[in-house]
Design a protein around this ligand. Structure first.
Ligand SMILES: Cc1ncc(COP(=O)(O)O)c(C=O)c1O
Length: 333
C-alpha cells in the first residue's frame, strides 16, 4: 500500500465522454514549483524582502527553493499536536518585511484567527496546502493568506499538479500544459510494480526537478478537467483508513499527533504519529517494509534545518498511509 495514490490509465478512458470542467484554477507542476513562483512574484513586487519564516517541521524542498531565491531563513516551532507557537512568530516577525509560511499539515487546518490577532501589516503570508485535498469544482474560499499552493498528486491519482492562487490576482500566469516528462511516465506505471515499500525516488525527486518546466502535464490536466472524482468518497475512505491505524496502533508505543473525530470535513493525507525512541521508530519502518506498506519517516530535513530542530518528536515522526485506493481492513486482518 502506497502513501500517494497510484496513477490509473483507466481514469483517462473513463474521462473521454465527460464534459470538460469549467474552472479558473491555475495549475502548475508541483508544490515546490508553485512555491518558487510565489517567491519570485513577491520579490519582484517587494525587492526589499529577503527574509522567510518557516516552521521547524518542514521538508527539504521548501528550504532548497527558499535558498534559490536567496532568502534568509528563520524558524518557528511546531508542537507535537502540529500547533505553531504564535508568540515566537510574533517575536521573529516584529520588524516586518517577512514572508511567513504556514502549513496545513496532513490535511489538518491551522487556526488563522491566532494570526489575525498579531501585528502583521508588513508581512506576507503563504499558506502551504500541499497535504490538503480540495475539490477543484468549488470556488476558492477566501483566506487570510496572500498566496496559497497545493500539491494535487499527493491525494489524487495524477502525475503532477499544484494549484496556485493569490488574493490580489497578481500571478500573471496563463494556464498551459505539457507532455509528461520521463520521470512522470515511469511513475505512471508504478502501479504495475508488485513490491512497493519504502520511498519512491521516481517522479519528483529534488535532482530531477527542472525549474523551466512549470506547468501541469497534459494527462493529469485532462483527468482533472474531465474525470468526476467523488471527493466525498475519497474523504470517507481516507477517514476510515485513518481510524483503522488509530485502533491498530492503540496498543503500540506510538503517539498519535491528531484526531479527526471533531471535524467531519478533514480529509487526512496520512496518519501522523511519532515514536518515543529509535528502537520503536525503526521497528515500524521495518514492519512497513516486510508488510509491503509504505510507512515513511517524515520529513527529510535539509541539513540547515537540522541545526534548528531539537532532538525530540520532530526527529521521530512516522506517516502511515491512508490512501483511499485501499481499504486497510481488507489488507491487515
Ligand atoms: C509541507 C509540504 N510543502 C510542500 C511540498 C512540496 O510539494 P511537491 O512535492 O508537490 O513539490 C511538500 C512535499 O514535498 C510538503 O510536504
Amino acid at each position: 500500500m502506497t502513501l500517494q495514490p497510484l496513477f490509473n490509465y483507466k481514469l483517462l478512458l473513463k474521462s473521454l465522454f465527460n464534459k470538460r470542467r469549467v474552472g479558473n484554477n491555475v495549475l502548475l507542476k508541483s508544490g515546490r514549483i508553485a512555491f518558487s513562483y510565489i517567491l519570485s512574484v513577491i520579490k519582484k513586487k517587494n525587492p526589499q524582502i529577503n527574509k522567510i519564516i518557516l516552521p521547524n517541521l518542514i521538508c527539504e524542498e521548501i528550504i532548497t527553493v527558499s535558498k534559490t531565491h536567496k532568502m534568509n531563513i528563520s524558524y518557528y516551532s511546531v508542537d507535537d499536536n502540529l500547533n505553531f507557537n504564535i508568540n515566537e512568530i510574533e517575536e521573529i516577525s516584529r520588524d516586518g518585511n517577512n514572508i511567513i509560511l504556514f502549513v496545513n499539515y496532513f490535511g489538518f487546518k491551522f487556526d488563522w484567527e491566532k494570526i489575525k490577532l498579531t501585528n502583521n501589516s508588513n508581512n506576507i503570508f503563504i499558506e502551504d496546502n500541499a497535504h490538503v485535498l480540495k475539490d477543484l469544482n468549488q470556488k476558492n474560499k477566501s483566506t487570510f493568506a496572500d498566496y496559497t499552493f497545493s500539491s494535487l498528486r499527493k491525494l489524487l491519482p495524477l502525475l503532477s499538479g499544484a494549484e496556485i492562487s493569490s488574493r490580489n490576482n497578481d500571478l500573471n500566469l496563463i494556464q498551459s500544459s505539457r507532455i509528461p516528462d520521463f520521470g512522470e511516465l515511469i511513475y505512471s506505471i508504478r502501479s504495475l510494480k508488485k513490491k512497493r515499500s519504502g520511498i519512491s525516488k521516481l517522479g519528483h525527486s529534488l535532482n530531477n526537478e527542472d525549474k523551466n518546466i512549470m506547468h501541469i502535464d497534459y494527462l493529469s490536466k485532462y483527468i482533472l478537467d474531465k474525470y468526476h472524482f467523488s471527493y466525498n468518497q475519497i474523504t470517507s475512505q481516507r477517514r476510515k483508513n485513518f481510524n483503522f491505524w488509530k485502533d491498530y496502533l492503540s496498543s503500540s508505543n506510538l503517539i498519535s499527533m491528531r484526531s479527526i473525530d471533531k471535524d467531519q470535513n478533514i480529509c487526512p493525507y496520512v496518519y501522523p504519529c511519532y515514536a518515543k525512541d529509535d528502537r520503536e521508530y525503526h521497528k515500524w519502518l521495518d514492519w512497513g517494509k516486510s508488510n509491503n506498506i509504505t510507512i515513511i519517516a517524515w520529513p527529510k530535513y535539509h541539513q540547515d534545518t537540522l541545526k534548528c530542530v531539537p532532538d525530540n518528536f520532530l526527529k521521530k515522526i512516522l506517516l502511515f498511509p491512508v490512501n483511499h485506493q485501499f481499504d486497510l481492513s481488507n489488507i491487515i486482518g
